[in-house]
Design a protein around this ligand. Structure first.
Ligand code: RUB
Length: 354
């Protein structure tokens, strides 16, 4: 099994991808996204605890990448001499509790760890390894398919506004969700410009989206989050494309906090607002956005900037990491199964159920 995993990783490295995470030399290797864009530092994670900490600390982030971190973490556990069903279950729980909002992490862990108590001990590593490889290949195939589904929405010469970072490093390495249609449109020869919202407090937009787009040769203009209202009203963007941490059955979207305000401004300005999603990120168990748990992070992350206080002592901070954009503000979901338009309840269920 190890040689199959090694050959998959070699195959991934030979493609034109930006890989957020993989397995090599008995370790989970991850690009530390907190150090971008000025330093490209790789972490060698030797235990499931270290993988869980890397997710919690935002070193590996984005709904697809954290799902893959969970997958490689389970493989590392299964491949260790002690990879028993109980050990894998403990690892699953530890990884799952790291970030509650993005649903792909939970679905991926469940898929890989499911039913292992019925599996003969000698087959556990093989079974987990095969499942992990299937997940990695599927994530990548979905990103390319999301690219093909969404490229048609982007005209030659268009400007796309995006929020946070929903690109290769937030996914499996092609373009994640929101940047896959942009990458595919550019590969079709279209001239595309991007306006990236900086995304306080972790600056995923300025540090990672801008860095990744420059690598792809896509011109990118940075704005602070509060500027999108003016930018959209003045017609400076032709469409908005964001990612999706979780989509409820009715089409309500949980995404990086700030997304909702961009969607309101887009509606008010007559600019179409799309979310790039996949069947991984659609959660039919959540009837509406109200049922999606919003991760509350440490207020210190808002009260400080790169380790320095930005508010007087005594001020309280609040950091809900995601918000809910109501389905009514969303023109469509760009998925691996095509563009999904309303009515969402029927049309999203159709692509999840096959
Ligand atoms: C996840 C994140 C944003 C993306 C979702 O947040 O990157 O919400 O817009 O995109 P975090 P994707 O940075 O807190 O992990 O669908 O690619 O995850």
């Amino acid at each position: 099994m190890l040689s199959k995993i090694e050959s998959l990783v070699r195959e991934l490295k030979e493609q034109n991808l930006l890989l957020p995470i993989w397995f090599e030399g008995g370790r989970v290797v991850a690009l530390d996204q907190t150090r971008l864009p000025f330093e490209e530092v790789h972490l060698n994670l030797a235990t499931v605890e270290e993988v869980a900490a890397a997710i919690r600390e935002m070193r590996v982030r984005g709904s697809g990448a954290i799902a893959l971190a969970g997958a490689w973490g389970l493989w590392m556990e299964a491949a260790s001499g002690t990879g028993s069903p109980a050990g894998i279950e403990r690892a699953r729980l530890l990884l799952q509790e790291t970030r509650p909002t993005a649903v792909s992490l939970r679905k991926t862990l469940d898929e890989i760890a499911g039913g292992l108590s019925d599996c003969p001990a000698v087959e556990i590593a093989e079974t987990v390894g095969n499942r992990v490889m299937a997940v990695v290949r599927r994530h990548l195939a979905f990103e390319r398919a999301i690219g093909s589904s969404g490229a048609g929405l982007i005209q030659d010469g268009a400007t796309v506004l995006t929020h946070c970072h929903s690109g290769a490093l937030a996914g499996a390495g092609y373009g994640g969700r929101a940047l896959s249609p942009i990458r595919a449109a550019v590969e079709q020869g279209k001239a595309v410009r991007v306006i990236a919202c900086e995304t306080r407090p972790y600056l995923q937009g300025s540090r990672i989206t801008a860095w990744e787009l420059l690598k792809l040769g896509v011109p990118v203009t940075l704005i602070t989050d509060g500027m999108s209202g003016l930018v959209l009203k003045e017609g400076m963007a032709d469409l908005v494309i964001v990612g999706s941490d979780r989509v409820a059955a009715n089409g309500d979207l949980a995404n990086k906090v700030g997304t909702y305000l961009h969607a309101l401004a887009a509606r008010e300005s007559g600019v179409p607002f799309y979310s790039a999603a996949s069947s991984h990120t659609i959660d039919l168990a959540a009837a509406s956005g109200q049922e999606i748990e919003i991760e509350l992070r440490d207020p210190a992350e808002v009260l400080t900037f790169q380790g320095k206080d930005i508010a007087p002592p005594g001020v309280q901070g609040l950091y809900p990491a995601f918000d809910i954009t109501p389905a009514a503000l969303i023109a469509g979901f760009i998925t691996e199964r095509g563009l999904i338009r309303p009515p969402y309840r029927e049309n999203l269920a159709r692509i999840v159920d096959g």
